[in-house]
Write a protein that binds this ligand. Structure first.
Ligand SMILES: [Zn+2]
Length: 502
């Protein structure tokens, strides 16, 4: 008994009068408290999951490791909650939790973009090997920007471009500079940057590299292998279709990019037979409805020809600058008709609610459309009726915590809206969006962030991992196979981690 309490009893004695009534009132209070706790927990997204004894044992160990990590950072006065991902990255990488999440099977990565999945340092090293690769080394201009990479035939090099390899030989410090130009960092949480302008410049700098067919294949092979090594077994890319080309043939038909990717997947499957890929045909929110209608037709044509790899349709780009989803309503009304014409369905995987504003109402469209998954959904929490509809419709929100911080939607990651979604029973998955642009690879960092900042337990982590297969675009038989593989990997992970961690 603490001295303070002991002194109190000596001075005033036990308050015996009314003691029994107080006990009764207290037990009712306790019962209510316990019931409320249970009722709240029953609403959470992971309520159906029951952990095995081995999983419970690991859960306790992970809880202790996080507790110790937080105590250590506190002791070292590290501002864990007021720092950007970029500032914390080395700390994350040194932590034991990171090693654990790197080795954890992660199921599928459902939300990432073409042009954002492969390590930029590798991009520079690989691109310079091509003698036809050039870099623009003049100040930004209407057509080209500083650091923009491209392939050109000798004699047809536009003014301002210099050979990438020669530039890197003559100025070795340019490699670091170029890498910085390809990565978007939120240096610290209080600096001002127009993130979307800078973000789009990163894509522009490599946009002319990707359609060059020899580089295209190399780029995706590297990206897929890195993900497979990071225990990502299934991948869905928001894919911007472009005609591939090389200097011998000129342009190839649009579907060549798909058949090339299928070949790359086959190569990856030699070492990772579990690896699978789906593409979500992506166009842009800044186009007008007529242009989007044309894009939809193209998506249907491609899906009719290649139904096993093209899964659906999306519109990307900054929601604040682009058109609302509602402004394309005429296009969405034509979906049924197009489905009949082409004999395939085209579910939507729209980015919606990547915003902190209640004036962005893109999330309202989702519940009325065949849109099984939502990109980001950050402002969904401000539309409670829609949130409830989306829960009932069993639609999944693809959450990308690090992306949301880098692009300025969230600062302190403890306050990420996904925590509200999860506790309200909205299904989510963990994603990396554009990891190479944010300067990292794989999905381990995003799981680390979610586990540490959102105080998740293993039950929640497991549900997030399995959601990424259960809500994927894999067909029923593919899904069954993928779940068998994931279950095996998961059990193996639990066993190994329990043996390793004391
Ligand atoms: Zn995205």
């Amino acid at each position: 008994m603490k001295t303070k309490h002991f002194t109190y009893i000596l001075l005033f004695g036990f308050p015996f009068f009314g003691f029994q009534n107080k006990v009764a009132a207290q037990s009712t209070y306790e019962q209510k408290w316990t019931l409320l706790k249970q009722e709240n927990e029953a609403l959470a997204f992971d309520t159906g999951i029951k952990l095995s004894d081995a999983e419970t044992a690991l859960d306790k160990k992970l809880f202790q490791i996080r507790k110790q990590f937080l105590a250590d950072t506190e002791q070292q006065k590290i501002p864990l909650f007021n720092s950007s991902f970029n500032e914390l990255k080395p700390l994350i990488e040194r932590s034991q939790l990171f090693e654990i999440f790197q080795s954890m099977p992660k199921g599928g990565l459902l939300h990432t973009h073409s042009g954002g999945i492969t390590d930029v340092k590798w991009v520079i090293t690989a691109a310079r090997k091509y003698k036809e690769c050039y870099v623009y080394d003049q100040p930004d201009h209407d057509q080209f920007i500083f650091g923009q990479l491209a392939f050109f035939e000798a004699g047809k090099v536009p003014k301002g471009f210099v050979s990438l390899d020669k530039k890197l030989i003559s100025d070795p410090s340019f490699e670091k500079q170029l890498a910085e130009l390809l990565i978007l960092k939120r240096d610290n949480l209080c600096t001002y940057t127009n993130y979307w302008i800078e973000f789009e410049k990163r894509f522009k700098r490599i946009s002319l590299l990707l359609p060059y067919r020899p580089f295209f294949k190399e780029y995706y092979k590297k990206g897929f292998l890195d993900l497979a090594d990071n225990k990502v077994q299934h991948l869905e890319i928001r894919f911007i279709f472009d005609e591939l080309y090389d200097f011998q043939h000129g342009k190839y038909p649009l579907k060549t990019s798909v058949t090339d990717l299928q070949d790359v997947v086959k190569e990856v499957q030699k070492n990772h037979p579990e690896f699978s890929l789906k593409l979500i045909y992506s166009s842009f929110k800044f186009l007008d409805p007529q242009s989007v209608e044309k894009q939809l037709e193209t998506a249907f044509e491609l899906k009719k020809e290649l139904p096993n790899i093209i899964s659906g349709f999306d519109l990307v780009a900054d929601e604040a600058a682009g058109n609302s989803i509602y402004s394309f309503r005429e296009d969405w009304m034509k979906l049924d008709q197009l489905s009949k014409k082409y004999g395939v369905k085209m579910p939507l995987f729209l980015h919606a609610g990547e915003s902190n504003s209640v004036f962005n109402k893109n999330i309202l469209d989702i519940s009325s459309l065949d849109n099984p998954r939502i990109g980001h959904g950050l402002n969904l929490i401000y539309f409670p009726n829609t949130m409830e509809l989306i829960r009932k419709q069993n639609k999944l929100v693809e959450v990308s915590p690090i992306s949301n911080q880098v692009l300025g939607y969230v600062s302190d990651l403890r306050n990420h809206p996904a925590r509200v979604l999860l506790s309200n029973g909205i299904q989510c998955s963990i994603n990396s969006d554009d990891p190479s642009v944010y300067g990292y690879e794989g999905l381990g960092y995003d799981f680390w962030v979610a586990f540490v900042y959102w105080e998740l337990d293993l039950k929640a982590v497991k549900k997030l991992v399995f959601n990424s297969i259960n809500y994927s675009s894999l067909n029923e038989s593919e899904k069954k196979k993928a779940l068998i593989y994931l279950n095996g990997q998961w059990d193996d992970f639990i066993r190994k981690m329990n043996a390793k961690l004391k």
